[in-house]
Design a protein around this ligand. Sequence first.
Ligand SMILES: C[S@@+](CC[C@H](N)C(=O)[O-])C[C@H]1O[C@@H](n2cnc3c(N)ncnc32)[C@H](O)[C@@H]1O
Length: 345
Amino acid sequence: MQRAAAETYRCPYSGEALRIEPAEESGEDVVRGVLVSASSRRYPVVDGVAHLIESEQESYSAEEVREKEYYEATARSYDAVIDWLFASFYEDEAAVRRKMIDLLEIGPSDRVLETGAGTCRDSVRIAERLGPGGELFVQDLSPAMLALGRDRMRAAGVLDGSHGRVEFSIGNAVHLPFPDRCLDAAYHFGGLNLFSDKRRALAEMARVVRVGGKVVIGDEGLAPWLRETEYGAILTNSNRLYSYTAPLEDVPHCARDAAVRWLIGGAFYLIDFRVGDGPPSADLDLPIQGRRGGTHRTRFYGTLEGVTPEAKRLAEEAADAAGLSMHEWLDRAVRVAARQTSERR
Ligand SMILES: C[S@@+](CC[C@H](N)C(=O)[O-])C[C@H]1O[C@@H](n2cnc3c(N)ncnc32)[C@H](O)[C@@H]1O
């Protein structure tokens, strides 16, 4: 971990800034040490990897615990499984991953985060798009997976600085160790379905990306039109993760230009969106054209008890005769009647 990364990292639970206490350094790199928060939370740096996680702060589902143990135990065979997976769908992995990474719209000097990076099959490709001024934060929950990923990155020659700074950390994607809006893009592929809190993980990615930056996420999940087919049934029989659906309801409200697509034999969803400044807005008070009239807001908040069909017909005829929309006529009629009643009291 380079010393400068300590300035970017935050306590994943409190958001506090962290200060580095190095125990062993090599040039700009902290090989061993501790990142300490103002409230004395301590996160070890082990072999240059920041462990930004506290087990007491995490509550994993039973499924997640199984998953965590699975990746720790099977990291060495993971890559063979992925080779088989792409071959089984007749897909060119390089082309598929290139397309997914294209959606990040990365420039050479960007700061990018990948969560659940595993053995870094995408991270290498993301790093290759960065120049010396770029920065890539590579995160995973499993030290065993990330250790293999780091080896892959080293072997690919993307850790020599020519592709920017690459930082590795252990952590839970549900609590990201970054301040708001400090990155240009965030990416995750392959683990989302079993995250304990998908909505929070997506909100966290959107939180740490600047307004206008991109978030791209994907995992197993058959396209809706394939779910009830024999093809879908056979795939789901082998791997129940194919029965998951794209978590569109968990996309944060600040998302703009969101899109979902299905790739790799229609068995994986991929959602991408641009981070907007808060939820979208609309002029809820702009008068609506036509006979009914009113505005979105008056229609939502101004609804009164229903009237008889005859009263409704009389009101419509009166509004037409007065050349008013239903909203304008009713609003006036109610005000006049209400005023008369209160004057009589
Ligand atoms: C199927 S692998 C995908 C790895 C890689 N992204 C790829 O496309 O090959 C899922 C990865 O997500 C990681 N993971 C699972 N839950 C996580 C969490 N809550 N936070 C961060 N990583 C997590 C696992 O350790 C594992 O390495």
